[in-house]
Design a protein around this ligand. Structure first.
Ligand code: ADP
Length: 339
């Protein structure tokens, strides 16, 4: 059997970080974010590949998976594609288009607050038709490209029995969410805010939990139940920041009738929280890489347990470091921490 392969159809950007002091790479410290009418100096400008598609593809690669990214850059930043290729991502189906490359201008102040201007650019350009590699077992989507392009690829993948994973961030419009082909989706990954907004957009009835508002986990449980009754064949994953992860599994066998979600606590950090940027993308990359390792096997609940524990450990390590892709740990580092 060929090795499992993941397709990521998504966005790629130039992330431009304006930084105050050049003490250490990725120490973003502008004293303040620029206000209307004001000009402030940035002592340093760092450019890196970014965008949720590239970040999740990068996290998958660091987690040991074989990954292909399908997307587009402009002539102005072909280096983004090349740098991603150098990290081991297949980029044969990254098109070079007339539009400028997507771009995020990111200012971070001393308090750690950020302000971002996002230019969609080439991510919204149409790209030539592409083949899905025959060894593809998993396909991952976010929402930084036109939703029609995501749906087109998702339907093609699903009809080829490829597992589909959707992290609808930023959340599509209410109309788009209402007509999304949820039935073709194997895994949904949302954070707690997205879970709530998704329930509202789909006009789902959310049961009042008597323990509601006592904890983030109790607040999220009825949202997961509502989502999984709307999409009963989709595994629903809800990330809860420092509170961990809740998963409503759809499994053959012993868990199939389970209506209660499984809770996984967050990792215990070594040191302080430095930067939560990219923790969600790191989690997604590691989760999917874990699912890929299980491909073709008879899966039990225990196997899933190990996948989620590893993804949570990786995401925890990601918040201990600054940066998005740069803070995603390597598989061996995560394994060493889990020992
Ligand atoms: P997003 O960035 O997409 O909003 P979350 O904030 O829910 O996603 O974070 C994703 C995952 O990262 C969490 O489920 C958790 O495992 C990990 N994580 C995030 N913040 C922390 C934290 N402060 N401590 C430990 N783990 C964290």
């Amino acid at each position: 059997m060929p090795a499992p392969r993941c397709l990521v159809r998504g966005s790629m950007n130039v992330d431009e970080f304006f930084q105050g002091k050049r003490q250490a790479l990725l120490k973003f410290e502008l004293k303040e974010i620029v206000r209307p009418g004001e000009t402030i100096s940035s002592e340093n400008l760092v450019k890196r590949p970014g965008g949720k598609g590239a970040n999740q593809a990068g996290a998958l690669t660091r987690a040991g998976a074989i990954v292909e990214l399908v997307g587009a850059v402009g002539h102005d930043a072909v280096w983004v594609r090349d740098e991603l290729r150098d990290t081991g991502i297949s980029v044969e189906n990254v098109s070079i288009v007339e539009e400028n490359t997507g771009r995020a201008l990111i200012q971070v102040n001393e308090a750690g607050e950020n302000s971002i201007i996002l230019y969609k650019g080439a991510n919204y350009a149409s790209i030539p038709p592409y083949e899905i590699h025959p060894d593809t077992t998993h396909a991952v989507f976010q929402n930084e490209i036109p939703l029609s392009s995501t749906i087109e690829c998702l339907l093609r993948a699903s009809s080829s029995h490829i597992s589909t994973i959707f992290n609808p961030s930023p959340l599509p419009s209410v109309e788009e969410l209402k007509t999304f082909p949820w039935k073709q989706l194997t895994w949904l990954i949302v954070n707690s805010g997205e879970a709530l907004d998704l329930c509202k957009a789909l006009s789902l009835e959310v049961a009042q939990d008597s323990a509601a508002s006592t904890s983030a986990v109790n607040n999220a449980k009825p949202l997961l139940s509502a989502l999984s009754s709307h999409m009963p064949t989709t595994n629903v994953v809800c990330t809860l920041g420092a509170d961990g992860v809740l998963v409503q599994f759809v499994l053959e066998g012993d868990m199939s009738n389970s209506t209660t979600p499984t809770y996984f606590p967050a990792a215990t950090l070594q040191g302080t929280i430095r930067d939560t940027t990219g923790a969600g993308d790191c989690f997604t990359g590691y989760m999917v890489a874990g699912l890929m390792r299980l491909h073709g096997q008879n899966i039990t609940v225990r196997d899933y347990d190990a996948v989620f524990k590893m993804a949570i450990q990786a995401a925890g390590m990601c918040v201990e470091k600054r940066g998005a892709l740069a803070s995603v740990p390597l598989l061996a580092e995560v394994e060493a921490r889990l020992k």
